[in-house]
Design a binder for this molecule. Structure first.
Ligand code: ACO
Length: 328
């Protein structure tokens, strides 16, 4: 009997880049009326990195991309697609992806930004996966990169304590698999959006409205209320599509916004706490960068290994939310 093969988007390498400067909760308590105790108890965050002079979304993204290419043993010219998720681009246009493309010396293929706020990396991974599965492109850099510090209202203690800056990238390569869920690569992706929730998490400026960049505004309690239900829905979709369940997962790598949301989602889905990769204490919420940053930490320290089953999920402004199940 002949067996049919199937193209899969396989993770060939991952890399990250964090700004040098760290800002601890104690540092924040000198800027606004807050405390380490309040921030840590409510969110699990201890510190975050903040971009300094000369560091932008594209410089962080370029360095993360270089490190991912090095981990994959590939050169920049091997890449024919860059999908970069960000809500804090260097400029309104051209895209940050094209800035990264130029910095890497790539002159072929396509590069574009994608904006889904904190779900950006999941949306970018799903998009790149579909390009690779179509056969139109062979090797993609999927990047999540943010400098949220530059859209925060540093007088608003309800938001400025929650976010940080950083970038991380994965190299996805189209490879032939046997067509089963034992194949390495992206096994399934599930994306959702509901624009009715705009006012719960938004930036109060933009080119076509105020002609300013604006500041992040959030109704934290409302976001929290929706988050667990939305992420558990798309994780359940990924389980249903593949036949896997919580016990089959090796690692659960959620968007790192708040430790309480992470734990509540895992508990609701019966995912064992020891399978959760958490970096929120060190990075804060880095929006589209948070999942690839967590992936890079857990692959560098030897937790995530080739062949492991890894579930990623995120929820963010829009609202947008999504999941992807990856055989690493
Ligand atoms: N330090 C000290 N006190 C504070 C701070 C602070 N930094 N911020 C708020 N408070 C006070 C409030 O003023 C309030 O005081 P009051 O009772 O006298 O009015 C009290 O703390 C409680 O405030 P709540 O907002 O009710 O606190 P809550 O327990 O809901 O925690 C938090 C707030 C951490 C923001 C929580 O709601 C949360 O994590 N929500 C989800 C946010 C999230 O995940 N966002 C990311 C989404 S992804 C994206 O797309 C960006």
């Amino acid at each position: 009997m002949t067996q049919s093969t199937k193209t899969r988007s396989v993770v060939a390498g991952v890399g990250a880049c964090l700004p040098e400067k760290r800002l601890t909760n104690a540092d924040l308590a000198r800027i606004v009326d807050t405390s380490d105790e309040w921030i840590f108890q409510r969110t699990g965050i201890r510190e975050r990195h903040i971009a300094g002079e000369g560091e932008t979304t594209s410089t962080l993204a370029t360095e993360a991309a270089r490190r991912a290419l090095s981990a994959a043993g590939l050169a920049a010219e091997d890449i024919d697609l860059i999908v970069l998720a960000t809500s804090t681009p260097d400029y309104t246009f051209p895209s940050t992806a094209t800035q990264v493309q130029a910095a890497l010396g790539i002159t072929r293929g396509a590069a574009f930004d994608l904006q889904a706020v904190c779900s950006g990396f999941v949306f970018a991974l799903a998009t790149a996966d579909k390009f690779l599965l179509s056969g139109s492109h062979k090797r993609a850099l999927v990047i999540g990169a943010e400098t949220f510090s530059r859209i925060l209202d540093w007088k608003d203690r309800t938001t400025c304590v929650l976010f940080g800056d950083g970038a991380a990238a994965v190299v996805l390569e189209a490879r032939e698999g046997a067509g089963s869920t034992a194949d390495r690569g992206v096994l399934t992706t599930h994306l959702r959006s509901d624009g009715r929730h705009r006012e719960k998490l938004y930036v109060d400026g933009g080119p076509s409205t105020t002609q300013t960049v604006g500041h992040l505004r959030m109704m934290g309690r409302d976001v929290f209320r929706h988050a667990v239900g939305m992420v558990t829905d798309v994780i359940t979709d990924a389980f249903n599509a593949t036949g896997f369940g919580p016990d089959d997962l090796d690692w659960f790598v959620p968007h790192q916004a708040n430790e309480r949301i992470i734990d509540a989602s895992a508990d609701k889905l019966h995912i064992a706490r020891e399978k959760i990769v958490k970096t929120v204490s060190m990075h804060g919420n880095t929006s589209a960068a948070s999942i690839p940053l967590a992936l890079s930490v857990a692959s560098a320290d030897g937790r995530i290994k080739p062949g492991d089953l890894v579930m990623i999920e995120a929820m963010g402004g829009g609202f947008t939310w999504g999941s992807a199940l990856i055989r690493w």
